[in-house]
Design a binder for this molecule. Structure first.
Ligand code: HEC
Length: 137
């Protein structure tokens, strides 16, 4: 006698359990998807931000150098990587090239002259030369 009442009860319990459980799972999946999307968004915020530029590179970016010099190709002035290829990184060369940045001049690469940069300090000019001579090495 007892088993006859038990069967529908168990079925009802199973029915509710199935529905409740199902809803919960769907909810969890929605949350998971949202979190995954957020993770992708975060990675797009600042790619390469962990790679700081050297001091010389920053100084050159703030000055007018990039108008005439590009890393890979000759523009008005020689390509920075060609300058790096021509001069070994010795204290004499760094000193000489730093003076050239400040005073300007022509003759080493052709007839076109580099404008003088009287506002650039010798120290900053040396930082720029260090950066240039480090390109491609
Ligand atoms: C108006 C264009 C111009 C600008 C601006 C310019 N340069 Fe130049 N640069 C040249 C030219 C042209 C030469 C080649 C000079 C030569 O033949 O001796 C040159 C040559 C150089 C050289 C090699 C010098 C040598 O004797 O071999 C260095 C180093 C250099 N530039 C660095 C810089 C830096 C750093 C800046 C920014 C502060 C700068 N240049 C801004 C045009 C420019």
């Amino acid at each position: 006698m007892k088993k006859r009442y038990l069967a529908p009860l168990v079925l009802t319990a199973l029915f509710f359990a199935a529905c409740g459980g199902g809803d919960k799972k769907a909810e969890q999946e929605t949350t998971k998807t949202t979190q995954e999307n957020n993770a992708v968004d975060n990675s797009m915020v600042s790619p390469g931000a962990d790679k700081p530029a050297s001091k010389g590179e920053q100084l050159m970016a703030q000055s007018d150098c990039k108008t005439c010099h590009k890393e890979e190709i000759k523009v008005i002035g020689p390509a920075l990587k060609d300058i790096a290829g021509k001069y070994p990184n010795t204290p004499e060369n760094v000193d000489k090239l730093a003076d050239k940045i400040i005073k300007g001049g022509s003759g080493n690469w052709g007839e076109v002259a580099m404008l003088p940069h009287p506002n650039v300090s010798k120290e900053d000019a040396k930082e720029m030369v260090q950066y240039i001579l480090s390109i491609g090495k």
